[in-house]
Design a protein around this ligand. Structure first.
Ligand SMILES: [Zn+2]
Length: 1149
């Protein structure tokens, strides 16, 4: 173990030193009887240890001082506005082994939980027998003697209203038509009686309501939240989807909601509520846990899984992460047992009876009638019928309670957009209160029923188990793929509307880049002696843009947003917001870049309306691919590249320019190699006005670097730094050459290869990939096929926005040599194969680069399903990897999890979400596919990996949307990175056994980051002013280490009522993710600089990342920055981060 100068293994330095002694003593034993050198060696180590002890003592002293200083002066003392206790500081405990050896962490199998979902699945039959009134369960019976005066049934009835921020109507329209009235009535009706309760989840709606409410209503809401009558649950901007979302955006939408709650209501959520997302991810449980939540409720889980868990009374469990080695991620989760969260399916197993206790279904004036489909309507509760009605209801409560371990029962009372009238509040509150009063008056019934919040329920539950939450089983795994009835698997929405799923990732990338550069600018301003009013104003106006972009991103994480399951016009509404978010982020990026590169910031008067740079491509329409920026080379152009990652980027960039004979100079004004390639206007016509140039750039961590492009004065032949790409086209038509290219047109192609110093990719005579080799050895045969599915016929349910119900195995899209063009553009820096197939234009790109892009292949598919009827298309890799029934897919980009093909399940059940990555492997090879956009993925045979690309469906699938999916964007782009990695012989990693956890290689992590967070190109608009700017910006002294990812660097927002938003003058959140990675695939491509090769063993120092930015104090926070955790530390400390964990630190700007 090594302890660095001024380093602190966070929190437990003394313990670590003790650990060193143990380690040394252990060694000593082995040394007995060995030679003098070893003894000397030992002496040296003891001396070193003494020094380390001294240093640690000093550090501990320093911490002590920091803590006492903080207690004197810090604003933390004023935290009382937040309710509840602070999150325990348990995640920063240092774990010596995992810190010093990443490989050991991955090799060591995780804890064996009581329930592992893979094991459960392997034992389940999925036979779906008819269970009687509880169709998907059984005939529930109970023992009267179970309840006594000492052990009463405690019932908490939780009134709720599920408000989708967009689905059939837009977010705004729902608010105007329904949600406004729901919130107004909620505040009014709940405050009428002390025993009335209500829960609310969606902060996006609360924000709209707050803005238009008077102070009295706001105060009333705050009072109801303060006294516990209204509980804010989860507190996210929306109730996010858990299949397609990436953890960056999940954290962002939670943070946006929590930031709002903290400032408007002084409230920290404790309980999670996700009743409508279509399947559940363990990543969400993790993020909630780290955000300070203690309990959570979920609902849409496969009916057979619910039944199996109910049979064991396992519906309440401690949800544990697959990677967890010590139970530190356990989150108490309550799974609802029945088909739906509506009233008929929440009081007990019999919907016919429960429906009679939905008093909204009483006929009443002023409300649209709702009927019970079981033809037994509710009755108003009167003195005459109360005994009979209460008996009926209590019977359901008791039956439901048998499915759980305790006598504490949770009963939800609500539905979509319920409680929009005061009448409904009265109907439910008054009738239920009569029932409760009667039940509670009957001492012989041994029941205590009341309205409650989730807090009321979970507090009582935890009391009931007498602090021993251990009574609930631990469970690891996730709840995909969801089926609600029969074989209706909800695997379609993993892919529905892929264009907008990619647009989401593009927006994420822009918002993240804007956040980081904004925060560096904010810190820079704080470090200046004087800051002009104009500069402050400029930062505030940019914060307003950033705040809106966060909200637009947050809104789309909704379970009818990124899922693609909203009406066409609602999708357009989201897309418009995302487009605005991208444009505004681009504005922030170019404004801050100009400021940070400016040599004279003190005199700079920044203006938001001045455009200094064109950033990347232009997102001119919300439902079209961006327009490629054409760089006009009549004058030379300076291009600033901005790298939002905290590691150095060396990579190929490709730009579109107006001239082919160009020179490129790096920031030291040295000429560098450049390749020119043609732009095809159609498959057989080259442009003579636009060209693509490719060259290799190097940009420091979180930095910027300037390159200059200019026309070459000599001829192409004289331009020794220019490589003109070779063009080969398979086409039956003739193609005119365009200077400087010669096009070699062939009627037939032979198989061919493209290679760089790392890999050789072989292609067949149709231009499709066939194998990948490293060095002399063929690592894997990798054939790409495109396949398509139809949907069922006749009277059966057919595929739609949610459901995938194929008509049988996929058919291969035949590549017809006559009709399908192939073009190969090969150059010294970048080579590309483009194959035009029916429905798809398929591109594979290989880079000759010393960076990560030299290790993988880029795969881009342009999909065109226009005019098709009920067709779904997928890309299938057929390889010789002996992967058996297993493959690995990710959960929210946070973790990889094992999937298996289940023989007892139909085809549509074998598809899983692929929000970021999937791989297959055997003992020799791993094939990883990173994806830019979330899509459905399966491995239907050993060695195969199949990714859905797009789907066009002519009908509704009966889940409420009321339309098919026919608004496919043409073309839709799907982008991937393919990595084939030979495993180090004898290196095991996480491979072997039936472990549920998997880990990408470091290269795979880097490939994914490369895809998700591309380098931004900023083209100087005005040549004269750009010349004055610095050539580079290098904020980091050293990279974060390739195992530590900077998730976000986010300046807090102040949200004063009735005023514009402002950046927080005191708080910037740095969110770090320590990656877990498999060591068996060494990152051979990351050799551009010595540091790139090194991961830092999870050690992180803010001083090294930002020597000149941010204040000297940093504090550990809960994930969404709601609560402080532990004392402040100094910037120079080295912090040890545990593998797989995400940390938030509060920095001073
Ligand atoms: Zn919903």
């Amino acid at each position: 173990m090594r302890i660095r100068k001024t380093s602190l293994l966070f929190g437990l330095s003394c313990l670590i030193v003790f650990g060193c002694i143990v380690l040394l003593l252990g060694k000593n034993k082995n040394l007995a009887g060995e030679d003098q050198n070893d003894v000397e060696d030992l002496e040296k180590k003891v001396k070193k240890l003494e020094q380390d002890l001294k240093r640690n003592y000093e550090i501990v002293q320093k911490i002590g001082k920091s803590v006492s200083d903080l207690l004197k002066e810090s604003p933390i003392q004023n935290e009382n506005v937040l309710k509840g206790t602070n999150v325990k500081q348990d995640l920063l405990k240092s774990d010596g082994k995992s810190v010093t050896n990443d490989c050991l962490f991955v090799e060591k199998p995780p804890l064996q939980p009581d329930v592992q979902m893979l094991n459960l699945y392997s034992k389940m039959k999925f036979d779906n027998p008819d269970g009687g009134v509880w169709k998907q369960g059984w005939d529930v019976q109970y023992d009267d003697g179970q309840f006594s005066a000492q052990n009463k049934l405690k019932v908490f009835v939780v009134p709720h209203s599920h408000n989708d921020p967009g689905w059939i109507k837009t977010f705004q329209k729902y608010y105007e038509d329904q949600t406004r009235h729901i919130l107004n009535n909620m505040v009014r009706k709940v405050s009428e009686m002390d025993n009335r309760k209500f829960i609310w989840a969606e902060i996006s709606y609360l924000d709209l309501w707050w803005k238009e409410s008077d102070q009295e209503s706001r105060d009333k809401l705050k009072q109801l939240v303060d006294n516990g009558q209204i509980e804010i649950v989860t507190g996210g901007w929306v109730m996010n989807d858990e299949a397609n979302t990436h953890y960056y955006a999940m954290i962002e939408q939670l943070t946006t909601g929590h930031e709002w709650l903290k400032q408007k209501l002084g409230f920290s959520p404790r309980n999670g509520w996700a009743i409508d997302p279509f399947g559940y991810s363990s990543s969400m449980a993790y993020l909630l846990k780290r955000s300070g939540l203690e309990n959570m409720v979920i609902q849409r889980v496969h009916y057979a899984v619910k039944k199996a868990m109910a049979a064991q009374k396992n519906l309440e469990f401690r949800w544990r992460q697959n990677w967890d080695r010590d139970g530190q991620t356990d989150m108490l989760c309550h799974m609802m047992p029945f088909y739906s969260y509506d009233v008929p399916h929440t009081c007990g197993p019999d919907p016919k009876i429960c429906c009679q206790f939905d008093f909204r279904r009483l006929s009443s004036s002023g409300q649209s009638p709702i009927h019970c489909p079981w033809k037994a309507p509710p009755q108003p509760i009167t003195n005459v019928n109360v005994e009979k009605r209460a008996t009926l209801l209590l019977d359901q409560y008791r039956k439901k309670s048998t499915l759980y371990k305790t006598n504490v029962l949770l009963v939800q009372l609500g539905d979509d957009f319920r409680y929009d009238t005061a009448t409904e509040f009265d109907q439910q509150f008054i009738n239920y209160q009569k029932l409760f009063d009667y039940m509670n008056s009957r001492s012989d019934w041994n029941v205590e029923a009341q309205f409650g919040t989730l807090k009321d329920y979970f507090d009582s539950l935890r009391d009931n188990v007498a602090q021993s939450v251990e009574r609930f089983p631990s469970l690891s795994g996730d709840f995909f793929t969801y089926a609600d009835i029969d074989d209706h698997y909800w695997s379609g929405y993993y892919t529905t509307r892929p264009f907008y799923k990619q647009l989401d990732r593009v927006l994420e990338s822009y918002v993240r880049s804007a956040e980081i550069i904004y925060s560096m600018t904010w810190s820079h301003l704080h470090r200046m002696s004087t800051v002009s009013e104009r500069s402050r104003n400029w930062m505030s106006r940019m914060m307003a843009l950033l705040s809106d972009a966060r909200r637009h991103l947050g809104l789309f994480q909704h379970h009818d947003g990124i899922t693609g399951t909203a009406k066409d016009h609602v999708v357009q509404d989201y897309a418009k917001m995302m487009q605005t978010g991208i444009q505004d982020s681009q504005t922030i990026i170019q404004q801050c870049a100009h400021f940070l590169l400016h040599p004279d910031q003190a005199d700079l008067e920044p203006q938001l309306n001045t455009r200094h740079f064109l950033v990347d491509d232009e997102y001119s329409k919300p439902n079209e691919l961006p327009l490629k920026t054409l760089i006009d080379l009549r004058n030379s152009k300076r291009i600033v590249f901005y790298n939002s990652l905290a590691s150095e980027r060396v990579q190929v960039v490709t730009l579109r320019v107006s001239h082919y004979n160009v020179e490129v100079l790096n920031e030291k004004s040295e000429l560098i190699q450049v390749q020119v390639s043609p732009v095809f206007i159609t498959s057989h016509q080259l442009s003579n006005e636009e060209f693509e140039i490719s060259f290799i750039i190097s940009v420091s961590p979180l930095g910027m670097s300037t390159y200059t492009i200019r026309k070459c004065v000599g001829t192409v032949q004289e331009n020794t730094n220019l490589n003109v790409a070779r063009v080969v086209v398979r086409d039956s038509r003739s193609i005119d050459s365009v200077v400087p290219f010669t096009v070699d047109v062939k009627e037939r192609l032979d198989p061919f290869t493209l290679e760089n110093s790392h890999l050789k990719a072989s292609f067949d005579s149709n231009g499709l990939l066939s194998s990948i080799s490293h060095g002399e050895r063929e690592t894997a045969s990798v054939a790409i096929q495109f396949v398509h599915y139809g949907t069922r016929r006749g009277n059966q349910m057919m595929s739609g926005a949610y459901l995938f119900l194929p008509d049988g195995p996929a058919q291969v899209v035949e590549a017809n040599a006559e009709e399908n063009g192939v073009r190969i553009v090969e150059g010294s820096i970048r080579s590309q194969v483009v194959v035009t197939l029916p429905l798809i234009v398929h591109q594979v790109t290989l880079h000759r680069s010393p960076g990560i892009d030299g290790l993988h292949l880029d795969i881009d598919n342009l999909v065109n399903l226009s005019g098709q009827r009920n067709l779904e298309v997928a890309m299938r890799f057929v390889t010789n990897v002996n992967s058996g029934a297993a493959f690995y897919s990710d959960l929210n980009g946070l973790q990889m999890t094992r999937r298996e093909k289940w023989e007892q399940l139909p085809l549509q059940a074998q598809f899983y979400p692929m929000p970021a990555m999937a791989y297959i492997e055997d003992s020799a090879t791993r094939i990883t596919l990173a994806t830019k956009q979330p899509l459905g993925v399966a491995s239907l045979s050993s060695g195969q990996l199949e990714v859905m690309l797009d789907r066009r469906l002519n009908q509704d699938d009966n889940r409420g949307l009321g339309q098919g999916i026919l608004d496919n964007v043409v073309p839709t782009l799907n982008s991937f990175r393919l990595l084939v990695e030979p495993r180090i012989v004898t290196c095991k990693g996480s491979h072997g056994g039936r472990r549920p956890d998997g880990y990408p290689s470091l290269s795979a992590h880097r490939s994914l980051h490369d895809l998700l967070y591309p380098v931004h190109q900023l083209v100087a608009d005005n040549d004269d002013s750009a010349k004055k700017l610095h050539d580079n910006f290098k904020p980091a002294l050293s990279p974060s280490g390739s195992d530590i990812h900077v998730v976000n660097l986010r300046t807090g927002t102040q949200l004063p009522d009735d005023q514009a938003v402002e950046p927080s003058p005191s708080s910037v959140s740095l969110v770090l993710h320590r990656l877990g990675f498999d060591c068996c695939f060494p990152p051979s491509g990351l050799d551009s600089s010595a540091d790139n090769n090194n991961n830092n063993n999870g050690e992180f120092s803010l001083d090294k990342l930002f020597p000149d930015y941010f204040g000297n104090r940093i504090r550990s926070m809960s994930l969404t920055s709601l609560q402080h955790q532990g004392p402040a530390i100094e910037k120079s400390f080295t912090i040890a981060l545990r593998p797989m964990e995400i940390y938030t630190f509060e920095l001073q700007p």
